[in-house]
Design a protein around this ligand. Structure first.
Ligand code: PMV
Length: 307
């Protein structure tokens, strides 16, 4: 039994989304998590995750281990005990801690493969709900945007606690995603934004409102296919993220390099202070912007088309 799930990137609205404002996120199919399940060669459950040098039986892992906890949770929610012995192999090309949703993708791929293997396939809605519970175990107070876009594998307009809305670009557009190579300390940056907000709610609610306004405008712009205008909105969202203290010297420098080398706009993406930035480019400028970013120190770039 095989299943896979794509990476994701947030286009607009990170951080404010934790406070009930909308955000836009899209799948990044160039990177993905893949899971394969087969009957076990003995009577135990085996987990093989070569990317993190893990080869172990389920029993030998602490119950709170990220992979073990997904399997335990699913088995117990199905009321399957004892479970049939199986071997699960997990691979992923999604860089970790960079805002590309690697944790959510691994979780979703495991849930899909294992539920299908056990003959209890889950709907997207169930996968999404389950993956959100798992995200909460590991990330404190996630908004749920990661598991949602990774589960539906379509552009998503996301508001915490509201039914999922997918959307389509009126005209496809191209992004360069560039990794600073610095792990994004998402839990810390989310916590720091909370401290700022607690100290001055009026001020930060206004920042969140401004970000929410940009998200609404961006969705309309994308759906109408007026994508060139998105660049300005990206730049404006980046400035508001700076105000939330979640940018960094490196993110500011690389977004500036992207603009100078031909991008129509750029912003950090995700938790910030590290991780990825995104730059909106005309398709024929993608390679030149990507090369400039790599020459300026970006560790990796992905060129992706949003449809
Ligand atoms: O770093 P990422 O892409 O996983 O995103 C974090 C996004 C935040 O809005 C900062 C937090 C959240 O849970 O939505």
């Amino acid at each position: 039994m095989k299943a896979s799930a794509p990476g994701k990137i947030i286009l607009f609205g990170e951080h404010a989304v934790v406070y009930g404002r909308p955000a836009l996120a899209v799948p990044v199919i160039q990177v993905h998590a893949d899971v394969e399940i087969a009957p076990s060669h003995d009577d135990r459950i085996w987990i093989d995750a070569p990317g993190i040098s893990l080869l172990s039986t389920l029993d030998a892992l602490p119950a709170e281990h990220p992979i073990a906890s997904i399997i335990h949770n699913l088995l117990s929610s199905f009321g399957i005990s004892p479970p049939p012995p199986f071997e699960i192999r997990i691979t992923s090309s999604i860089p970790v801690a960079s805002g590309l949703g690697s944790g959510a993708a691994v979780t979703v791929a495991i849930l899909r493969a294992l539920s299908a293997y056990l003959d209890r396939p889950l709907s997207n809605e169930q996968v999404n709900q389950f993956a959100y519970e798992i995200e909460k175990l590991h990330h404190g107070t996630p908004s749920g945007i990661d598991n949602t876009v990774v589960t539906y594998a379509q552009p998503v307009y996301f508001v915490r606690g509201q039914p999922v809305e997918t959307f389509r670009a009126g005209t496809p557009f191209t992004l360069v995603i560039a990794d600073t190579g610095i792990p994004a300390p998402t839990r810390e940056s989310v916590g720091d934004v909370r401290k700022l907000w607690e100290a001055d709610k009026d001020r930060y609610e206004k920042v969140f409102d401004e970000i929410g306004g940009i998200v609404e405008e961006a969705r309309e712009t994308i759906e109408k296919g007026k994508t060139k205008e998105l660049g300005r909105l990206m730049d404006a969202n980046h400035v508001l993220l700076q105000r939330l203290t979640v940018s960094s010297t490196e993110l500011d420098r690389l977004t500036e390099i992207a603009r100078k080398s031909g991008a129509d706009g750029a912003k950090l993406s995700g938790g910030g202070r590290g991780g990825n930035l995104i730059a909106l480019v005309e398709t024929d400028k993608a390679a030149q912007v990507s090369e400039s970013l790599l020459a300026a120190g970006a560790k990796r770039t992905i060129i992706t088309e949003i449809k």
